[in-house]
Design a protein around this ligand. Sequence first.
Ligand code: ATP
Length: 298
Amino acid sequence: MADIQLKSLTKRWGAFVGLKPMDLHIGDGEFLVLLGPSGCGKTTTMRMIAGLEDASGGDILIGGKRVNDLEPKDRDIAMVFQSYGLYPTMTVYENIRFPLKVRGIPEAEHHDRVMRAARTVELTEFLDRKPAALSGGQRQRVALARAIVRKPKVFLMDEPLSNLDAKLRVSTRAQIKNLHHELRTTTIYVTHDQIEAMTLADRVVVMSRGEVQQVGTPLEIYDRPANTFVAGFIGSPAMNLMQGTLKGGVFEAEHVRIPGLAGPDGPVTLGFRAEDASIAATGEIAAPIYAMELLGDA
Ligand SMILES: Nc1ncnc2c1ncn2[C@@H]1O[C@H](COP(=O)(O)OP(=O)(O)OP(=O)(O)O)[C@@H](O)[C@H]1O
């Protein structure tokens, strides 16, 4: 087990910035989700942690040790991707066993460890099959078993559910959650799906255009979005946003006046979640309002 520290981690390709300096501490045993729209830099961040991509700047520490110059195989991490990456000519058993062979784990241990991993993800009845004879969900479970069999310090998962149909996504998601509950391995999980993020994460990192927008628990980012990007991205339906000005703790927009808010005077965006909010004749927003935040612009 290990914590992970990212210190001013950056990625550039020529003039294009794929990741602006990112600082983050991921606790030992934490399940951290990187969430954001396509192209926001999630996979790039993950690939740098994995060692598949060089960082342009900054440091990556796993268990307190700087790993920037280590090969992926020497970082003690296991990866699970959207494309399962199984060996088609090997049986499920041999696929799960493969990492033990590669790493020179004593043969006497292999069988027990393969069987334990297979049991954890409920694959014991498929061990003699080749991947082609499995469903997508079963294949992804083989990939999970292969990741857990050698007990790495860290799991990196990049959209592991996106090839599965809706029903399988839900059940495999539950399995990943159980797996984490059982093993408590530090995990970084990439997705653009906010439901996945909200149900799996201890903390979520919301990203946009190569930049971290907010880091928080699912509830924090839902209730207290840091800016209008997060407010518009999280929740279905998204938070209602209203432009106006704040003066002496009173929010004012056309036909609307809401007293009792804290914040510096000036133009602001007011965000609120409401099932059926309506603006009363007095200009006040009628309840139910779940949360009300003054937001700086993203
Ligand atoms: N090798 C590369 N050279 C130049 N630009 C790249 C390279 N790899 C990625 N990018 C760019 O960096 C940005 C971030 O890409 P990244 O794959 O990290 O996004 P993402 O958030 O994982 O998106 P998606 O959800 O679509 O996978 C994108 O604009 C992408 O085009």
